[in-house]
Design a protein around this ligand. Structure first.
Ligand SMILES: [Zn+2]
Length: 335
């Protein structure tokens, strides 16, 4: 078994080559494993031999990005790919986001994809798996990224919404289409009980979340009911684009992203550090829970995270720094 990085990553196990969120065509791929529906990960989804969770399948279909069928693997289910076993495990990042466990000979590898190790209002925390090797995302892999407690961020968002409404403005959120939008809608549903109006694109994604059992209450902006709620002004607006439109009241815009810890987002009226990714402490805790023999880090602060893991006694390497194939499976097991 070996792994390589360029766009996404590859894992080679004997004659089986698995691609993970990879746009790269240079390797003769046996199976393309899609970790989740975000656009930078769900690449080449219309190629043959593509594997994804049922939720990811429905999200990509709803957004018109998947034009053909794909192999489906539910969480905790295993698929045989010749002599290799592939198991999907919840990654906690968005609806249907997968980690994949690969079993080849006596070795196991966990490919994390984007991962969140905390429960949110719309997702359950990623499941740790005891494995030999781990490929871990490092989006917030620098020690400076420590997010506030999620409940604290939720309460700050609620407070800001109340202040906007009190001042006669409509609070509006620019949020990622998949994941963050639904979390904000759920937050308003649960904590405030005032109507939420959403862009048509956000509504399409919400319908998939609802199909998989998440109770979300909202009005679609383009409907008569949505227009009427906006006219009253007593509502929250959620969209994946920041577009002002005439509603008779000022719109105040907030953004919710982990990058709000580092950047001011002065173009917005407010910015909240609400992320679908694990922060630095979460990434470290995920490695500790999985207890692998070696970790390969990728994306974002991959080199820094590898260094920090080494300080804590883990063998760790930034995947992009070790060339296209890493012969890690041949390392001798500790006894
Ligand atoms: Zn993502």
């Amino acid at each position: 078994m070996g792994a390589s990085y360029e766009s996404g990553a590859f894992v080679a196990c004997k004659d089986v080559i698995l691609a993970f969120d990879a746009a790269d065509e240079r390797l003769n791929t046996t199976l393309r494993c899609i970790t989740h529906a975000h656009i930078d990960h769900a690449v080449k989804v219309n190629e043959p031999n593509t594997l994804m969770s049922p939720e990811t399948y429905e999200l990509l279909k709803a957004l018109g990005r998947l034009k053909r069928s794909a192999s489906i693997l539910e969480f905790r289910k295993t698929m045989d790919v010749r002599s290799v076993k592939v198991t999907a495990v919840n990654a906690g990042h968005i609806l249907g986001s997968c980690q994949y466990v690969i079993e080849c000979d006596d070795n196991t590898l966990l490919f994390s994809g984007d991962v969140n190790v905390q429960d949110t209002l719309v997702t359950k925390a990623a499941e740790p798996m005891n494995v030999d090797f781990m490929v871990l995302e490092a989006t917030y892999g620098d020690p400076s990224f420590v997010f506030p407690d999620r409940e604290t961020t939720y309460s700050k968002i609620v407070k800001w919404i109340c202040e906007c409404l009190k001042s006669g403005s409509i609070p509006a959120f620019k949020a990622y289409l998949i994941g963050k939008s639904q979390e904000i809608i759920k937050l308003v549903n649960e904590y405030l009980g005032i109507p939420v109006v959403v862009s048509d694109a956000v509504a399409k994604v919400c319908e998939v979340y609802r199909k998989f059992g998440l109770d979300l209450s909202y009005f679609r902006k383009s409907t008569d009911a949505g227009k009427e709620v906006l006219r009253t002004g007593e509502c929250v607006y959620v969209s994946n684009h920041r577009i002002d439109f005439p509603v008779g009241r000022r719109m105040m815009w907030a953004i919710a992203t982990g990058w709000a810890l580092r950047y001011r987002f002065g173009f917005y009226d407010a910015a909240f550090p609400l992320s679908g990714h694990a922060d630095f402490r979460g990434l470290i805790s995920h490695v500790e829970a999985c207890a692998p023999r070696r970790v390969y880090t990728m994306h974002g602060y991959s080199k820094r995270l590898a260094k920090e893991l080494e300080k804590r006694g883990f063998a760790a390497t930034a995947l992009e720094s070790v060339g296209r194939v890493v012969p890690f499976i041949y390392e001798k097991r500790r006894v």
